[in-house]
Design a protein around this ligand. Structure first.
Ligand code: GDP
Length: 470
């Protein structure tokens, strides 16, 4: 890598190092001092690698207007529980003419595409709700172009409907209201439109600009109308991307698959992702080994707004992480290593034993119960964290120091050791090195496959910590 950067031969560097008394191979890591010495030896200037040097600056990399082509809209469905989000997602999926062509087999990869009778494409994110939407946003991933707000015509506006409206507004994403369950005799769509006024959502009939449509996910009525309105909104937005460039995409979901290793569903933002492409995704590098679409078919390419499941990742990224295709594997590793270092730095500087934390512990009577959580899928991580948070009381509070998807690593063990925190593995085990380290540091490693069991044990321990010492 160093030879590459100096445009010298790797063998020449090895030779020079031999002369300096260092027996190294061409792919061995050398320390910074040696590297600096070597660079001066070869008559090059030393340039310290800075953030800007290594990091991929996607924002500065703007596509020329003439390279942009229309892309399908990306749609998220939101609404109150039981108002029919899942039913609507299923019903919309059923309108896809391409599924018929593919033989009708669908695969849940976190997002799917629908091809309309007119040949238009739409992308739907499979995880409904505003929590997922805002979490992605918090991570810098604004993938949704249009929100479909589902309101049940028999139930009207409910707390989560209002939350969804606020989240959508905060994101500045246009909304289309789908008034669902219109098949029910007690359905009152007009009342829904009126109540929406109170939240400054003014539908067209009332003189506003928000489109609304009456549907029934159950009876599958109004779906074509809804799709037409989404396409109309998309046209107004002139959604475009350059398909002819190195691909960039967002992780929609990621997991460790027992047979296939780490897999992630990527929603392509721009460019075209191809089999064989080398990439960085979050803190991991990789090479696209295979891609599977939402119909379970292997595909060779994926263009803008298309979701694909990607195989060939070096580790499990997080939802919201960005994938960027890079020139070569050395570059991919460089960026990934750099990001890992940055992340470790962040974790260690935010160590739970900082003065600040001690201070807050002294000032309040609340005891903290720290834990590190690793699980096989992001959904489990989130479920565990939320369950643990609920287990907190006024006297003792669960504090998740770190959580993530994938096997328990050395870094997890180190963190747990530093804070004397138990390390929880949900459907995951430690790798060999982590196991050795955990034994040495006498880390309390616990494995679970039922969240309830996990919670019961943690609660028991928390109660134990509160008991007066003998
Ligand atoms: P979610 O919680 O928003 O995802 O809602 P679901 O899709 O799970 O639907 C909740 C319940 O409403 C289920 O029992 C559905 O069968 C029912 N449901 C959904 N859409 C309709 C509809 O258009 N008409 C009627 N009558 N029931 C519906």
């Amino acid at each position: 890598e160093l030879a590459n950067r100096m445009a010298e031969k790797g063998a020449d560097l090895v030779k020079a190092l031999f002369k300096m008394g260092m027996m190294v191979t061409v792919n061995q890591t050398i320390d910074q001092d040696t590297a600096e010495l070597l660079v001066t030896e070869f008559g090059h200037n030393i340039q310290r690698v800075s953030d800007a040097d290594v990091e991929i600056d996607t924002e500065a990399d703007v596509d020329a207007p003439e390279t942009l082509k229309a892309r399908p809209p990306v749609v998220t469905i939101m609404g109150h529980v039981d108002h029919g989000k899942t039913s609507l997602l299923d019903a919309l999926r059923g309108t896809d003419v391409a599924t018929g062509e593919a033989g009708g087999i669908t695969q849940h990869i976190g997002a799917y595409q629908v091809k309309t009778k007119g040949g238009d494409l739409l992308t739907f994110l499979d995880t409904p709700g505003h929590e997922a939407f805002s979490e992605m946003r918090a991570r810098g991933a604004n993938v949704t172009d249009i929100v479909v707000l589902v309101v049940a015509a028999d139930d009207g506006l409910m707390p989560q409907t209002i939350e969804a409206i606020n989240h959508t507004k905060a994101a500045g994403v246009p909304m289309i209201v789908a008034i669902n369950k219109c098949d029910k005799p007690e359905a009152n769509p007009q009342k829904v439109r009126e109540r929406l006024l109170e939240h400054e959502v003014i539908v067209e009939d009332m003189g506003g600009e928000t489109q609304d449509v009456e549907v029934s996910a159950l009876k599958r009525t109004g779906l074509d109308d809804l799709i037409e309105k989404i396409m109309l909104q998309a046209e107004l937005m002139e959604l475009k991307a350059n398909p002819d460039r190195a691909a960039e995409g967002t992780v929609i979901e990621a997991k460790l698959d027992k047979g296939r290793g780490p897999v992630a569903t990527i929603l392509v933002k721009r460019g075209t992702l191809k089999v064989g492409d080398v990439f960085v995704v979050g803190e991991h590098s990789g090479k696209v080994r295979a891609m599977v679409n939402d119909k379970g078919q292997n595909v060779k390419e994926a263009g803008p707004s298309m979701p694909v499941e990607v195989l060939g990742l070096g580790g499990v990224p997080l939802a919201g992480d960005l994938l960027s295709v890079v020139e070569n594997e050395a570059r991919a590793r460089e960026v990934a290593t750099y990001r890992q270092e940055q992340a470790t730095k962040k974790r260690t500087t935010a160590a739970p034993t900082s003065f600040e934390n001690m201070f807050s512990a002294l000032n309040t009577t609340t005891i903290e119960y720290p834990v590190v959580v690793k699980a096989d899928v992001q959904g489990s991580v989130e479920a565990i964290i939320s369950a643990l948070n609920k287990a907190s009381t006024d006297e003792i509070k669960v504090r998740v120091l770190h959580s993530g998807v994938g096997a328990i690593t050395e870094s997890d063990v180190t963190l747990a050791a530093a804070s004397r925190a138990p390390l929880i593995g949900f459907n995951v085990r430690p790798n060999a090195k982590a196991r050795v380290l955990a034994e040495r540091d006498k880390i309390s490693l616990r494995y679970y496959d039922v969240i309830y069991d996990l919670l019961e044990e943690v609660k028991g321990e928390m109660a134990g910590q509160l008991a007066p010492e003998r």
